[in-house]
Design a protein. Structure first.
Length: 402
């Protein structure tokens, strides 16, 4: 007999995890299916060596655009009447992304040996929890094509919103890079040239010129040291940013950031509501949907807030009140969720919340960037003016003494 990690929800929606001995995964699944529980996952317990090998195989992020294309093709084949195994067999050779292709081949082999589709995807460890949970619900209800369609629509909207935010940041990012390049050029090349000129003339320098020359000469003479120190600091911050302890700190800074803090919160709320709406529309019970939503969110603060709300919902509290007590969600989102609960249209209302905040984020980003772009230009102009005036002040003084 082998040991398996079993995760399931009982009739009351409570989620449990336990270790069970069984001859096979199929035998364990049949045992609990007869008890009327909703099985989330069954996976073998791995040894340390197996876990390390599995972790090595799962390294790297999944290309979400390629994954979207795969799902669009997958649902088309299933709707055309092809069996799941045949659909996977046809698709695995046409996937351009090597990492995704390896995963699909592994999933095909697992399904071929009798594993359920959702469990085969889950065991790869590379796919979003919302996807594997939705597949499981689709298998259980016999509505796999509809579930895949719903996920495709969810992924399309999510990618569109993300692209819109990233595109809006391109211009200010280019401006900042140009400003930094200009500052570096002035400090490391122009200022030392003028410093050498004034040194040869033995001129008395005004205070602004002295400060600028001292900074420019020191910086240019220690450029390699400064560059190495800067690279080390950036690498250290990147390493620290990947640790679990840093994520809460980074999220707290994001939430309290002027101008962009409220925008970031609204974006996270939009993502959370869309996730939860998609899961509820797929037939996942609220408790299981909240757990999967929390596991799918990238923000530590939002994950903790959803988990806190889930604990209170488990005690019989209303979802809207539980979310309000986390003090993370905007009042408008809470009010809309409350209306959805009261009218029995929670999934639709959650989707409306996501759409509303998507539009709000887009408008707020446009307004914020319209203020930041002129501010960058003003800063660049002031700095260049300071450098030019400081460098030419001694020349004006010498000309006045002639």
């Amino acid at each position: 007999m082998a040991e398996f990690m079993l995760k399931y929800a009982d009739a009351q929606g409570a989620v449990h995890e336990r270790v069970e001995d069984a001859d096979s995964e199929r035998a364990l699944r049949d045992k609990y299916a007869d008890q009327g529980v909703l099985i989330y996952s069954i996976r073998p317990r791995h040894s340390l060596g197996e876990m390390q090998a599995l972790a090595q195989r799962r390294k790297g992020r999944l290309n979400l655009e390629q994954f979207l294309i795969f799902n669009q093709q997958f649902v088309t084949l299933i709707r055309a009447g092809l069996p799941i195994l045949k659909s996977l067999e046809l698709l695995q050779g046409n996937i351009k992304n090597k990492k995704l292709g390896r995963h699909i081949r592994s999933i095909h082999d697992a399904v071929k040996t009798g594993a359920p589709l959702s469990e085969a995807f889950r065991q790869e460890g590379a796919f979003p929890p919302i996807y594997t949970t939705s597949l499981m619900a689709g298998e259980k209800s016999g509505s796999l094509p509809e579930v895949l369609d719903r996920f495709v629509q969810y992924q399309k909207v999510t990618l569109a919103v993300r692209k819109k935010v990233l595109v809006s940041l391109i211009y200010p990012t280019v401006l900042i890079v140009l400003v930094m390049a200009l500052i570096l050029f002035l400090v490391t090349y122009v200022v030392p040239e003028f410093a050498a000129l004034y040194d040869s003339m033995d001129a008395d320098l005004p205070r602004p010129t002295q400060i600028l020359v001292a900074f420019g000469v020191t910086f240019s003479e220690n450029l390699l040291t400064v560059t190495a120190a800067g690279a080390a600091i950036v690498a250290l911050l990147m390493w620290w940013g990947r640790t679990e302890s840093a994520r809460g700190v980074i999220d707290a800074i994001r939430m309290r950031a002027p101008i962009f803090g409220p925008i970031w919160v609204k974006y996270q709320v939009s993502q959370m509501c869309r996730l939860l709406s998609t899961l509820l529309q797929g037939g996942i019970p609220l408790m299981g949907a909240l757990e999967t939503t929390g596991a799918s969110l990238g923000s530590r603060v939002m994950r903790d807030a959803v988990e806190e709300a889930r604990s209170k919902v488990k005690e019989g509290r209303a979802l809207s009140k539980s979310l309000a007590e986390t003090e993370v969600f905007p009042p408008l989102a809470i009010e809309m969720i409350y209306v959805g609960e009261s009218t029995g249209a929670l999934p639709a209302m959650l989707n409306s919340v996501a759409e509303f905040f998507d539009e709000d984020v887009s408008n707020a980003m446009t307004a914020a960037l319209s203020l930041i772009e002129p501010a960058i230009m003003i800063f660049m102009g002031v700095f260049v003016a300071f450098v030019l005036i400081s460098l030419y002040l001694p020349i004006f003084s010498l000309a006045g003494n002639i």
